[in-house]
Design a protein around this ligand. Structure first.
Ligand code: FAD
Ligand code: SF4
Length: 512
């Protein structure tokens, strides 16, 4: 059953064996797995419930309805827009459906640097298999790669760089291009179409428009979850709720799971809370292919092709390297990230049909932290403090050169970036102009779709928040199962890793 915010006429009080906070990648998998095993489970989700009929394909409407802060959640210096879904199904509803699992080298890094001995590919394989089957993961066909992405493949091929086309969790995709706004054709198989409906069939109640504000641990068998039923849209507290549970699973995403623990007064016991933040920031690259080429980047699967030549994953460093990925970010978000104002900005937007857009994706090392303010009406305001490391900026420069070189090889006339201080490049001969590129606040516009790490998994409560079973250190019945547990960036695309770990975590809960 789904109970939406407007259905409540009085305070909600109830109990359940397990409360799952958040219905995205982590929460949906845990709720489904526990419910299938007969555990009475309730999901509390801050965002609203929308389905194909409600996905209007209008950015002005859907960004506000489906994203945290209307897709306007920035680092404190204003440089990085940290995107997160916030609705029934969480970020799986609005993401790009690219499926990339964790690799053995990455898990080896976690074992060696963080002593996570249980993180082996053998242990992970059954969970990965179940997740892939549920999401109907399959290879994107060559005929589904639009011109915007195909230019990445063509340019890289001319230069002799290896590339790949993603696997994805779409079936029956008509290539409308609106993935970021929720799929009105039910082709993108997010958790709202598989894990959550099946969990509901198995008896789960999902309360939407229900924001958890704190928990109160009474004993190893009893936790109270406190929060507010919200007025949808404005997200202002309307009625209180209190749910009593034997077990609480936090799956509110990497900005809000630690926020709830902090607001519950547990920060003193968990010094690593909110630290070790990874954002995996991405810089936009724009290539103008001239009047004779209509790229029409907004049609077709938005993100399908990427370079693999400079990916680097090793047991010593974890995820490193850099890559170029094609992307249609939606016209409004694209316009917001374009450099320039007024007439120059308008002139660039008038070229839209001929522009190719992509992202330079550079995996980072954890280098940020979160703080929060809490308001009784509006909930958490997250302060995202993040300083890119010098070594990361060096790899970004290499990624920018790679992106420009690929586009010129594919026939671009001009290349520039979503940073006002980058020169307009007219040919591959101009690449050296990027040698002095400086990442300046107020000039560079980056996005992050992969916030992770703020409830790090580890053995030592001084430097981590959860153990290898996702249990919060020092608490028998509190778990975190979402992207916040990743000790370092788990993959260039994090949905499958979060879900794989969630499947494994839920089964370990059942084993206990
Ligand atoms: C724009 C975008 C594109 C992406 N594209 C891809 C891609 O192509 N491939 C890929 O693998 N990954 C992609 N990702 C990343 C991937 O979707 C996320 O890493 C993953 O979904 C994170 O899972 P999670 O469980 O941590 O959080 P989420 O899936 O974000 O779910 C968290 C849920 O918790 C809810 N919540 C938060 N606070 C509270 C509270 N206090 N009370 C109740 N509920 C709360 C939120 O509303 C949200 O619904 C993308 C992400 C974004 C934002
Ligand atoms: S491109 Fe495909 S998956 Fe994306 S919104 Fe359109 S039909 Fe749905």
């Amino acid at each position: 059953m789904i109970v939406e915010g407007h259905e409540h006429t009085k305070e909600l009080t109830r109990s359940a064996h397990t409360v799952v906070i958040g219905s995205g990648s982590g929460g949906s998998v845990v709720a489904h797995t526990l419910a299938q095993a007969g555990v009475e489970t309730v999901v509390l989700e801050e965002g609203g419930h929308f389905d194909r009929g409600g996905f209007t394909q209008r950015e002005g409407e859907m960004l506000k309805k489906l994203f945290r802060n209307g897709a306007q959640q920035y680092t404190t210096d204003g440089m990085i827009n940290v995107l997160q879904g916030s609705c029934f199904g969480g970020s799986t509803v609005i993401n790009m459906a690219d499926c990339e699992p964790m690799t053995e080298s990455l898990l080896a890094h976690w074992r060696e640097e963080f002593l996570l001995t249980s993180m082996t590919m053998d242990a992970m394989a059954p969970s990965l298999e179940r997740v892939r089957a549920m999401l109907q993961v399959q290879q994107i066909r060559p005929d589904q790669v639009n011109l915007n992405n195909s230019l990445v493949l063509q340019g890289a091929k001319k230069l002799g760089h290896s590339t790949a086309v993603f696997e994805h969790n779409r079936k029956g995709c008509i290539g409308s291009g609106y993935c970021l706004l929720g799929c009105a054709y039910d082709a993108k198989k997010g958790a709202h179409l598989n894990y959550l409906p099946r969990a509901i069939d198995a008896g789960v109640t999902v309360y939407t428009d229900a924001r958890v504000e704190r928990i109160e641990v009474e004993s190893a068998e009893k936790v109270f979850v406190h929060g507010s039923i919200l007025e949808r849209g404005v997200r202002i507290a309307r009625l209180p709720f209190k749910v009593e549970a034997q077990r609480v699973v936090m799956a509110a995403g990497a900005a809000h799971s630690p926020a709830i623990l902090w607001a519950s007064g547990l920060g003193g016991k968990l010094p690593a809370l909110g630290k070790n933040l990874s954002l995996q920031p991405q810089l936009g690259v724009i290539a103008d292919y001239g009047d004779d080429t209509a790229v029409t980047m907004w049609r077709g699967i938005p993100q399908s092709a990427y370079t693999t030549a400079f990916d680097d994953i090793s047991p010593e460093k974890g995820l490193s390297g850099y890559r170029l990925e094609g992307l249609n970010s939606g016209v409004a978000l694209f316009a917001a990230n374009l450099p320039g104002l007024g007439h120059p900005h308008k002139a660039q937007m008038s070229r839209l049909k001929h522009l190719s857009f992509g992202l330079v994706l550079v995996p980072d090392r954890p280098s940020g932290k979160l703080d929060w303010k809490q308001d009784s009406e509006r909930g958490f305001a997250t302060e995202i403090h993040y300083t890119p490391q010098t070594e990361w900026i060096e790899r970004l420069r290499k990624g920018m050169k790679l992106a420009a070189e690929i586009h010129f090889a594919a026939g671009a006339k001009e290349v520039y970036f979503t940073a006002e201080n980058t020169p307009l490049l007219k040919s591959a001969d101009d690449l050296s102009k990027l040698d002095d590129f400086k990442l300046l606040t107020g000039s560079a516009h980056l996005i992050s779709a992969h916030i992770q790490g703020t409830c790090r998994m580890g053995l030592d409560p001084k430097s981590s928040v959860v153990d290898q079973d996702h249990r919060v250190h020092g608490f028998e019945n509190l778990y975190v199962v979402d992207a916040s547990v990743h000790p370092t960036t788990a993959s260039p695309h994090t949905m499958i890793p979060v879900m794989t770990l969630a499947d494994r975590a839920a089964r370990r809960m059942l084993d206990r």
